[in-house]
Write a protein that binds this ligand. Structure first.
Ligand code: MLT
Length: 325
């Protein structure tokens, strides 16, 4: 029996420390080959993944010794939680550790859209000095609509307040007297009303059946023609073809996407639109966030392998001891 299988790129001092205590096999490309992953996982007591490994019921069925799946990140859409629960496998994630980094990227994209920073940079590098082509807009006094007001949405709102923005929120799971909404002085609205009123819409929704394609042509048509749309959450919430059409029809002024419908994405018309900023799912990828994420996930994996409860378990913190484990 082996200890820990890592199926994506995760490195650093904490992983090295984990290797001192446990038998760790790190195969950063393994997530790309589900059959190879299935063939390997059967021997291990722990699996550490990011967002690219599909932890399906089939994979878990091939892992009779598995006690814990450590998800180094926030989104749990790549893990079959019901299958993990049914198999008494602990699932641990790191919801707080990268939230600041994601919020900071959302603010960065907001400023980049409002001031056309990437386009102005490209243009200047090509030898132009077209100052008057880059008259931007201020964030000050504008309205930010946060769609999904969890941790990341809240932190984005706090930072927007520092720019003098007013905050609106849509979150079907929050009540209007929620304390964090109070801190944001945010009005809790229905999504369509928020889209009508916001100058910047920043999306922080998880990928679930109810959020799939929530941003479609009907939703984009409700936005102000001067508004910007930002998505740093999950690509499945946006119908990219609808966003492309809406941008071409000038139903909104610009968009920034850090996450895509498929990753890596197929080449599409979005890339040729001047008012679009595209980044390769990097919101959580900062030195600080990755250190925190890796530390938290290694800590929980070690704890479970040592017979202690996980600190960041999504459901039960202890695996049930089974005869075959
Ligand atoms: C997350 O869910 O934590 C982010 O999308 C980053 C990641 O998965 O690597």
């Amino acid at each position: 029996m082996r200890d820990i299988l890592i199926s994506e790129h995760i490195s650093g001092a904490t992983i090295n420390a984990l290797m001192q205590r446990f038998d760790v096999v790190s195969l950063p490309e393994l997530w790309k080959d589900q059959a190879a992953l299935r063939a390997q996982v059967g021997d291990f007591r722990a699996l550490i993944v990011r967002n690219q490994t599909s932890v399906t019921a089939e994979l878990l069925a091939a892992a009779p010794k598995l006690l814990i799946v450590g998800r180094a990140g926030v989104g749990l859409d790549n893990i079959d939680l019901q299958a993990a629960k049914a198999a008494d496998i602990v699932v641990s994630s790191t919801p707080d550790q990268n939230a600041i980094s994601v919020a900071e990227l959302a603010i960065g994209l907001m400023l980049s859209l409002a001031r056309s920073i990437p386009a102005a940079d490209q243009d200047t590098r090509s030898g132009n000095w077209a100052r008057h082509q880059y008259v931007g807009t201020e964030l000050y006094g504008k309205t930010l609509g946060i769609v999904g007001a969890g941790r990341i949405g809240y932190l984005t709102g706090r930072r927007a307040q520092a720019f003098g923005m007013k905050v609106l929120a849509y979150d079907p799971y929050l009540s209007p007297d929620n304390v964090l909404l109070g801190e944001l002085q945010a009005e809790l609205l229905e999504l369509d009303e928020l889209l009508k009123r916001a100058d910047v819409v920043s999306c922080h929704l998880p990928a679930t059946p109810e959020t799939t394609g929530i941003f479609d042509s009907a939703r984009f048509s409700r936005m102000k023609p001067t508004a910007f749309f930002i998505n740093t959450s999950r690509g499945s919430v946006v119908r990219e073809a609808d966003l492309t059409a809406a941008l071409k029809a000038k139903q909104l002024a610009g968009a920034a996407l850090d996450v895509r419908e498929t990753e890596p994405p197929e080449r599409s018309e979005l890339e040729s639109l001047p008012n679009v900023i595209l980044t390769p799912h990097v919101a959580a990828l900062t030195v600080e966030a990755q250190e925190r994420v890796t530390r938290a996930i290694c800590d929980d994996v070690s704890r479970v392998l040592d017979g202690k409860p996980a600190r960041n378990a999504v459901g039960a913190a202890f695996p049930k001891v089974r005869a075959n484990k």
